[in-house]
Design a protein around this ligand. Sequence first.
Ligand code: CO
Length: 209
Amino acid sequence: MRELNKLFEKNKGWVKKITTEDPNFFSALAKEQKPEYLWIGCSDSRVTPNQIVDLLPGEIFVHRNIANLVVHTDLNCLSVMQYAVEVLQVKHIIVCGHYGCGGVKAALGARQYGLIDIWLRHIKDIHRRYIIEMDSLQDEDEKFRFLCEKNVIEQVANVCNTTIVQNAWKSGRKLVIHGWIYDIEDGMLKDLDVCISGLEQVESTYKMA
Ligand code: CO
């Protein structure tokens, strides 16, 4: 017996809605995808890329993990990035974090959660990097929001520090890396103004020849 019938019903309704507006939508999209954006975001069920920016299937290539981390040894994330940049030739990479991120919250505390602690350790390292600024903030919620933002900024740097992105710039390609944060309280996106669009903006330690 098939379960989750409700979801299959919703799928039918969705297909009908789209094909009523554009009967060729799926057949055209089946031939090729040409997304302009790679979205690296959190797995959080409330932060759904296509819906947030109101774009259709085919318009965003997506990688999501807990707390939108870009770890330089994570083959999964790096493979997505390489494919997006080199094959799909996306023009923008958006790292989008969000306030109220459970991963960031967990990294702020001392409680053990099991295997995921290894993943969250990357956020603890960011916390340590900004310890002076963090300690100067009185309010716990302010600290939480601050770390959510700094986490995005650090991941933007991690994207730029890859040879994938640096080689694209060296070949003269237009590729812009953005850091955004989403507010789950009101659905609004905020640009953290950390746009990076060329090798000259990369920290010298991480610049590859
Ligand atoms: Co999150």
